[in-house]
Ligand binder design. Sequence first.
Ligand SMILES: NC(=O)c1ccc[n+]([C@@H]2O[C@H](COP(=O)([O-])OP(=O)(O)OC[C@H]3O[C@@H](n4cnc5c(N)ncnc54)[C@H](OP(=O)(O)O)[C@@H]3O)[C@@H](O)[C@H]2O)c1
Length: 277
Amino acid sequence: MRQATVTDRVWRHFLDLRAGRVPARPAFRPTAAEAAALALYAPLAQRSGLAAEPRRAVTVAQIGQSLDGRVATISGDARDISGSDGLCHLHRLRALCDAVVIGVRTALHDRPRLTVRLVPGPSPARVVIDPDGRLPDDAPCLADDGCRRVVVQALDRPRPRGIEVIRLPREGWIDPADVRAALSRAGFGTVLVEGGGITIARFLEARVLTRLHVAVAPLIIGSGAPSLTMRPIDRLRDALRPPTSVYGLGDEVLFDCDLATSATRKAGMADTSAVCA
Ligand SMILES: NC(=O)c1ccc[n+]([C@@H]2O[C@H](COP(=O)([O-])OP(=O)(O)OC[C@H]3O[C@@H](n4cnc5c(N)ncnc54)[C@H](OP(=O)(O)O)[C@@H]3O)[C@@H](O)[C@H]2O)c1
């Protein structure tokens, strides 16, 4: 496991890289911990708005969970699962992505703002998957603060001016590949799927993710919402086994799973390594 330390010069490098101001190789000689941070965030730091070419689409999901694989208590309290290091990591991901996606249950329960507050950097567009139009128009994530706001719906439900609606068909679930393609068409290159577990699991099952970040915090909840619930399999040989790098983030451990280069990717959503090198 490598300890990843995001110093000011490392973070400045990523913000400059996203803005197209510097080449991928940093102009300084990194320490071992900085080199780990560079390796961790490099796959996400492609230039903002590179959306038109689906082969370049980066779709990362991040979930913060306890040692026993829970993402919230039974009552839905998820706020303090990640400590300050895990939260900074999440805000870094937001700052490096064009759009952040959540399911409507998280939007209703947590009422998140989805802005970048713990690190310097731009806030992403906010996207809520809300098939039945349950999200109230005054939800914090729909507040008009200059960021784009998008609701993915399966029905016609008018939204106030300024909120973009993507209407997609559903057969049971809306196909996450349709969601991703629509977000690419809307101009979003790098997309963060932030939760909750239901939403991330659908993207994972649909083979739409290029990366999965699982941040494990040192607490045991013992009950509550499980991290990722997917279709049952009988044999462990059918489990996903993506190439994974492990990073220390303070007292949390981050598993960075590379889904882009594995055979688990859906045809047509190809390797992004060339973009991110
Ligand atoms: N620890 C963490 O990292 C973390 C992160 C985020 C949230 N959370 C916690 O997780 C809990 C909520 O998560 P959750 O897993 O229950 O729900 P969720 O993923 O937030 O939302 C799921 C809902 O979103 C809609 N949805 C998402 N993907 C869809 C698709 N492909 N097609 C159609 N509808 C789709 C559906 O809405 P309908 O129900 O209307 O059909 C679905 O039931 C909260 O307690 C929250 O605090 C934890």
